[in-house]
Each structure stands twice: as structure tokens, then as C-alpha cells.
Design a protein around this ligand. Sequence first.
Ligand SMILES: [Zn+2]
Length: 120
Amino acid sequence: MSHIITHILNNHCPNCHEGKVFNEKNIFFMFGFPTMNKSCSHCKFKFEKEPGFFFGAMYISYGLTVAQSIATYVIAQFFFDKTFDLRIIAIIGIVILALASLNIRLSRLIWIYIFKNYSR
Ligand SMILES: [Zn+2]
């Protein structure tokens, strides 16, 4: 299980773990919409199995965003006197915007890894 997480974080192809899913070298520090490879450069594994395959990745992205928002709230509340301060919402909004690009990449990688064993 831990090696799957390592492969997802390193942007590796789910089939051969050699090629890259996204063109960017580092998936963490990149702004703008990511550019995906159509297939693996090493084993020719097709990443987008059918048109609209990545619509389902939106659910993963939503889950990641909610988890990050809750984590941001838990951390931010220690810096305010009241349990619920309206400034925390602004902080959560900034964190969501800052992590949006990363969430697109992570959610698509997780989605590819979920369905990697289905017919090609
Ligand atoms: Zn591959």
C-alpha cells in the first residue's frame, strides 16, 4: 500500500511505474492546469480509457478539498481566541485556491490507480 502512495506522489505510470502521467517533473510546485500525457512513454499504457474518464476524478478532488479544509480549520483555530472566527474561512479559501492545482493532479492520479486493472 505504501509503495502505491509513493508511485502516486512521484507521478508514475500505474502499469510499469517507469513512465510519467503528467508532463511536469514535480507535481507539487506547478501552477496552472496540468498537461497530461495521453499514454505512458515506457509501456504505452493509455491513461484516459474513454472520453470523460476523468469526470469521476472530481469526486476524489472534492474529498481531498474537504479533508484539506478540515485540516486547515483544525490547525487555524489554535491561532484564534474564539472557536469559530470568520477569518478562518478566508484562510481556508486561500488554502483551497493554493492547493487546487495539486488536487487536480492528485485526484487524476488516484483515479487512474483505482481503475488501472480494468480492460484497456
Ligand atoms: Zn507505463
